[in-house]
Structures are given as structure tokens and as C-alpha cells.
Design a protein around this ligand. Structure first.
Ligand code: SF4
Ligand code: SF4
Length: 493
């Protein structure tokens, strides 16, 4: 028998002795103390004006695919509540007691905020190691743009160090059978989404404003809190899932591999992606697009476990067929990047020419301002009013304004996390104050130095349409590259 007493048990004892504040905090939790569904702070709706950090911690259901908590490490500081409520606009924006679901969009911002490491991503490292060791499986990995400017931090490199080619070398050394670039499928997303936007502007005006759909945290937020706007969401799958569906169809066919023998892994800056891969709507012909997601942090653990040091590993190139990318695909990792990339290609679709220089370095949509506004004049289409929003609490305020006054924008980009994917909940934790700006600067540097800046100029994208998808929004493209959404409102209200 152990005499060990956890920090939390200790606090409960203190609470029992009537110490003000801690008593309120610990006594305010009911039901299963495991941190699962029942662990809801009663005092959230109780009387009194206790500061937010005494109101408890976020509730995490045991079947949450994105995050989990080790109660032994929790110091009941309330920082997770601060992030969930004030940055993400989730905690507190639903009535208590909870109805059928613990509200969580899987963003992982609480994992970044948690000072004791109690909340982490739900790890899939062992699943991926087992897949690599299984000779009957062809294990394919893809890497998101934001991970290329952050993984180095886990290996002591300068914030914002650009390590894309080193990451590819490390993944090949780790035993993956093919390494593809999510920037490629970001280019594919732009081909589909720019076509869809131009179609909506001209022929389906009731679907304007067009809301982007590549961020799974934002999509789930919309499904929970603004289901009446779901028909405005782009039907495009995220770049991760466009890549997954393309690997298990086009690539499988080309390589003569059965889709069921392919394991698709992604390296993402994001914990909400772990929820996204399990969505029923993201299956084609009974095959899940994606199998496992590792966060940037998890990849660092996996590489260290395999004895691979990013500082010394040899650089390598992405594999062909799904490995070429343009600057437009690369800027998906920063807030405003999807918009800038989409406008570059929408301009081309409308005019047949590439956009002028100012649209290739479009300052109004760049930077960390909570809501950025811009307008682009596209010959033949007119002036398009655009908003870019990051951080879901900002989204909540913007969407409430739209509900009240209507939308003055035709296109709105939403990213759940502050700064976009570079600030994702699966990114390395950092004490550098301007870490997000440093990562963003690295992304735009990559864009500037790219030989091609527009998604439609990607030669592998041109080939895949020629050989497989035909054209954007074709029947085949709709089957593999587009999706639908689920109204989750009634689960909370
Ligand atoms: S993952 Fe995001 S939504 Fe879920 S509890 Fe954490 S901060 Fe809140
Ligand atoms: S931030 Fe971490 S340590 Fe603090 S209350 Fe939340 S889970 Fe516990």
C-alpha cells in the first residue's frame, strides 16, 4: 500500500478543512473525479464573484480523441479554463448541467496553457510505431506547413527555424514508406475552393458569405454554436483529408496497392485533427481518409525514441506524385494564408492571368490583428470583401454581429487557434514572447523564395487533374475531395 497523496487529494483535504477559495474550488466538482464527464465545476453557475481561476478546470470526456488529462499532475490552477473561455469561446458558452456531450472542439489550447503538463494531446505514437513495424502495411506520412517552422524548436533550434527538408529526412530514416507534403494538398484545396467560391459568387448567392472549412476546430465550433451557417461552409475537405483520400485512391491505383493496406499518418500542429480523422463523413468507399495524426510535439518524441536528431539528420526531398508545392500551399499555416492563396487562384480563374504583385504579398490579410478586413478587385467578378478571423472567441463575436446585422463580407476565413495553424494546440510549447510572429515570418519567407507562388501553377496538381480528377468540382472531385457537416447544436442545448 502506498502512502502517496496526490496534489489533488491534498487540495480536497484542505478544502474539507474549510480554507476559503480552495474549499469553493474543490467542493464545486461533482461526480466521477477522474476528470471525465462528471467533473464539472458546479460553482460556474453558482452565486458569488470568484475569479475565473477559482472556478475549476475544463471538463474532458474519456472518449475525447484530441486531449486527455493526468489528474496526478493537475494543480487546479484554472489556466485551462482561461484558454477555453477567453481565447476559444467554448467554456461557459453552453448551459450547465451538460446535456449529451462535453463541449470541446479539440483545439488543444488548454494543453498549451496547462503549466503542469496535466493536459496533453491523446497520443498515437505507439499506434504509428506499430504500423511502421508491420510489413504488411504501406505507411505514408504527410507533413503540414506549420510543422516545418516549429519542429526545430523541440531540438534546440532558433524559433521559426525552417526544417522542412530535415523533417523529410528524419521521417524516411524513421521508416515511413513515403513522405508527402500537405502543402501539395493545400494547393489542391485551393483549386477546389477557389472554383467553389467563384461558383457561389455567380450562381449560388445564398451560400455567400463563403466560410472556409480547412480548420477542424472551427468547423466543429460552427456545428455546435452556429448550425444555421453550415450551408455557408465550403464543402472542401481540409488539406489533410484531401491528401488522405487521394493517397487511398489515385496513389494506391498508381502503385498497385490495396487501399486497405495503406496506413495514412499526418504530422500536424493541431489536436483537433485527431477528432477530424474519426469523422464518419470523411470516408470514401468504406475507407477512412486518414488513420493517425501525430502532433509536432509527438513527432519530436517519436524521433527521439528512434535516436534521430534533427540537427544532424540528412535533408531529403518529398516523394513525387504528391510532393510538389507552391508558395500558396505553404502560407496555409498562417492566419490569412488560405485567403491569400484562394484569391491568387480565383484571380487566375476569372482572368486567365496570374495576379498582380500586390496580391502576391497581400498585407491587409497578414498579421496578428484579431479580425482583418480586405477587398480584392477581380476583373470580371468585381470587388470581393473579405474578413480573416483567428481565435474562436473572436469568431463568436464576429458571427454574433453577422447574425444581428448581416454580413458585409463575401468570403470569411476562420482559424480556431491564435495566429492560425502556427499557433496550434499541438505545437511545441515556447516561452518566446513573439514565437507566433517568428513562425509566421518563416512561412512567408518560404513563400517568397518559392519558384511558383500560385496553386494552379503546381505541375503535380495539373497532372492529377489530367490523370484522375478531370477538373475542379467534377463528380470524381466531389466524391473524394468534398464533405458534409453535422448539426451538433442539440447535443449542447
Ligand atoms: S481542447 Fe479547446 S475546446 Fe477542448 S477543452 Fe481544451 S481549450 Fe477547450
Ligand atoms: S491548466 Fe492544467 S493544472 Fe491547471 S487546472 Fe487545468 S488541467 Fe489542472
Amino acid at each position: 500500500m502506498t502512502n502517496k497523496i496526490s496534489r489533488r487529494k491534498f487540495l480536497k483535504v484542505v478544502a474539507g478543512s474549510g480554507v476559503v477559495g480552495f474549499g469553493v474550488m474543490a467542493a464545486g466538482c461533482k461526480g466521477d473525479p477522474s476528470g471525465a464527464q462528471g467533473w464539472i465545476p458546479d460553482q460556474y453557475q453558482g452565486k458569488g464573484d470568484f475569479p475565473v481561476n477559482l472556478k475549476g478546470r475544463v471538463a474532458i470526456s474519456q472518449d475525447n480523441p484530441s486531449i486527455e488529462r493526468d489528474d496526478e499532475k493537475c494543480i487546479l490552477c484554472g489556466q485551462c479554463v482561461e484558454a477555453c473561455k477567453n481565447v476559444m469561446g467554448v467554456y461557459g458558452n453552453y448551459p450547465l448541467p451538460l446535456k449529451n456531450e462535453v463541449a470541446c472542439v479539440g483545439c488543444g489550447q488548454c494543453t498549451i496553457a496547462c503549466p503542469s503538463g496535466a493536459i496533453t494531446e491523446k497520443r498515437n505514437i505507439q499506434d504509428v510505431l506499430a504500423a511502421i513495424d508491420d510489413d504488411s502495411k504501406h505507411v505514408v506520412v504527410q507533413t503540414a506547413p506549420a510543422t516545418k517552422v516549429s519542429l526545430g524548436e523541440e531540438f534546440g533550434m532558433e524559433p521559426g527555424a525552417s526544417v522542412g527538408k530535415k523533417m523529410v529526412g528524419a521521417l524516411k530514416e524513421a521508416g515511413f514508406d513515403a513522405v508527402f507534403d500537405t502543402c501539395f494538398s493545400a494547393d489542391l484545396t485551393i483549386m477546389e475552393e477557389a472554383s467553389e467560391f467563384v461558383h457561389r459568387l455567380t450562381k449560388a448567392k445564398d451560400e455567400i458569405p463563403h466560410l472556409t472549412s480547412c480548420c477542424p476546430g472551427w468547423v466543429k465550433y460552427c456545428e455546435y454554436f452556429y448550425p444555421e451557417l453550415m450551408h455557408n461552409l465550403s464543402t472542401c475537405k481540409s488539406p489533410q483529408n484531401m491528401m488522405g483520400a487521394t493517397i487511398k485512391s489515385f496513389y494506391a491505383e498508381k502503385k498497385g496497392i490495396k487501399p486497405e493496406n495503406i496506413i495514412n499518418v499526418s504530422i500536424m500542429p493541431c489536436t483537433a485533427k485527431k477528432f477530424e480523422v474519426g469523422r464518419e463523413e470523411l470516408q470514401v468507399d468504406d475507407q477512412r481518409d486518414m488513420d493517425y495524426v501525430l502532433t509536432t510535439r509527438e513527432l519530436a518524441v517519436l524521433l527521439k525514441h528512434k535516436g534521430i536528431d534533427l540537427n544532424t539528420v540528412a535533408e531529403s526531398e518529398y516523394d513525387s506524385v504528391l510532393g510538389e508545392s507552391t508558395g500558396a500551399g505553404k502560407i496555409f499555416g498562417a492566419t490569412g494564408g488560405v485567403t491569400e492563396a484562394a484569391v491568387r487562384t480565383a484571380y487566375y480563374f476569372a482572368t486567365g492571368s496570374n495576379p498582380p504583385a500586390d496580391l502576391l504579398s497581400w498585407q491587409p490579410v497578414r498579421g496578428m490583428k484579431a479580425v482583418k478586413e480586405a477587398n480584392a478587385t477581380i476583373p470580371g467578378v468585381g470587388t470581393v470583401n473579405i474578413a480573416v478571423c483567428h481565435g474562436l472567441e473572436n469568431a463568436r463575436q464576429l458571427l454574433n454581429g453577422i447574425k444581428e446585422h448581416g454580413s458585409k463580407w463575401q468570403f470569411i476565413e476562420f482559424m480556431a487557434c491564435p495566429g492560425g495553424c502556427i499557433g496550434g494546440g499541438g505545437q511545441p510549447k515556447s516561452s518566446v514572447a513573439d514565437i507566433k510572429q517568428k513562425r509566421i515570418a518563416a512561412i512567408y519567407k518560404e513563400d517568397n523564395s518559392s519558384a511558383k507562388r500560385c496553386s494552379h501553377d503546381n505541375t503535380e496538381i495539373q497532372s492529377i487533374y489530367k490523370e484522375f480528377y478531370g477538373k475542379p468540382l467534377s463528380e470524381k472531385a466531389e466524391k473524394y475531395l468534398h464533405t458534409s457537416f453535422v448539426n451538433r447544436h442539440d447535443r449542447l442545448f
